[in-house]
Design a protein around this ligand. Structure first.
Ligand code: FAD
Length: 324
């Protein structure tokens, strides 16, 4: 049995989610006595893929081409499916990132595979993988088994721990894939990272603001705390719809799902659609001036107060604690 892990990179740098997927794959490979293979797609990745050895990966397949430096839905899906077929991989892991969510169903169609998305736990029962996934906007979880011969799992970021293990020196194999212009029917041509802050799906701390922030310029207070903590900035749909923040920051049912170690909700009421995207956070802190706001029902720590005065005070205290 072979497990193929797609490792996501951006501009030649592998994302933490790639190492999370590798570590989840390593654990399952040990339990199933399966071979674990990492697949890297991009350009000039040889030096970086060597680092996979620290996570116990002994075999890496690299598909390198200058045209693959930037993400292409069609080309990447074709490559992953071709590698999986050639290797006869029965299990494929991807991160449930934007890229993984885009790729997994396409690969599933190409390989006639079943797909369990956004898994938050994996175990082995009688030789089968059992995946736990949230349903009903995070209100419940279900355990699923995939019956098809090829099984695809996407793993929620920040849930599986990236673990180094006894280091090995991986063999790095080049996999030739014939790509034509038609394979690049869609491709990313430019990525603009305006803030330099981590994306909310990958940040270990997320600070989100809602309508209680009163005005778009008050998000500077959230940004100041985020920059002190190295956190990502999120937003409720109300403020995204109002044009205060961009949609890529939206957390919730129609936004992104986040699972950070700490989620700080500022001036957010805690509507069920918002909770759907953040209730899996390990520690939830809420700042709201209404003591009866629903967000306090799921918060581990609550501050009843005006976010516009609490946030600057938090920045001062956090800076003191961090010695900044
Ligand atoms: P409000 O509900 O208006 O809450 C503002 C909060 O701020 C209140 O609790 C108030 O007490 C508090 N407040 C006010 N002033 C202050 C202050 N000075 N200091 C501290 N607190 C203060 N929403 C999402 O967020 N994400 C989604 O993905 C999403 N998807 C949706 C999908 C559908 C199909 C639908 C119907 C709705 C969806 N919504 C989503 C919208 C959701 O129902 C809520 O309307 C939205 O989350 C409310 O945003 P809010 O908490 O910022 O605003």
């Amino acid at each position: 049995m072979k497990i193929l892990v797609f490792t996501e990179q951006r501009e030649g740098k592998f994302k933490r989610t790639a190492y999370e997927a590798i570590s989840a794959g390593k654990k399952l490979a040990t339990e199933l006595n399966a071979e674990l293979i990492a697949l890297a797609i991009g350009n000039n990745l040889d030096a970086q893929v060597n680092e996979f050895g620290a996570y116990g990966i002994s075999r890496v397949i690299v598909v390198a081409d200058a045209r693959l430096q930037m993400y292409s839905t069609t080309a990447y899906a074709k490559i992953i499916a071709e590698v999986a077929e050639k290797e006869n991989a029965q299990i494929i892991f991807l991160s449930a990132s934007q890229m993984g969510k885009d790729l997994a169903p396409r690969i599933a169609v190409k390989l006639d595979a079943g797909c369990a998305s956004d898994c938050i736990a994996l175990s082995v029962e009688n030789g089968d993988i059992v995946a736990t996934r949230p349903v009903y906007a995070g209100k419940a979880t279900i355990n699923v088994k995939i019956n098809s011969a090829i099984k695809i799992f996407t793993l929620r970021p920040n849930v599986f721990t990236a673990k180094t293990t006894d280091a090995v020196t991986p063999t790095i194999e080049k996999f030739p894939v014939a790509l034509t212009d038609a394979d690049f029917a869609s491709k990313v041509i430019h990525i603009s990272v305006a803030t330099g802050r981590p994306d909310v799906t990958e940040a270990t701390i997320v600070i989100s603001g809602g309508r209680g922030m009163k005005a778009p310029e008050n998000f500077q207070l959230i940004e100041a705390l985020a920059d002190t903590l190295g956190a990502g900035v999120g937003a409720s749909r109300a403020v995204v719809d109002a044009g205060w923040r961009s949609h890529d920051e939206q957390v919730g049912q129609t936004g992104k799902t986040v699972s950070p170690s700490v989620y700080i909700a500022c001036g957010i009421s805690g509507a069920v659609q918002h909770l759907a995207g953040m209730s899996g956070s390990k520690c939830i802190v809420a700042i709201n001036k209404d003591k009866d706001a629903p967000i306090f029902q799921i918060a581990d720590y609550g501050i009843v107060g005006d976010a516009l005065t609490v946030l600057p005070a938090m920045v001062v205290e956090v800076k003191k604690l961090l010695g900044k």
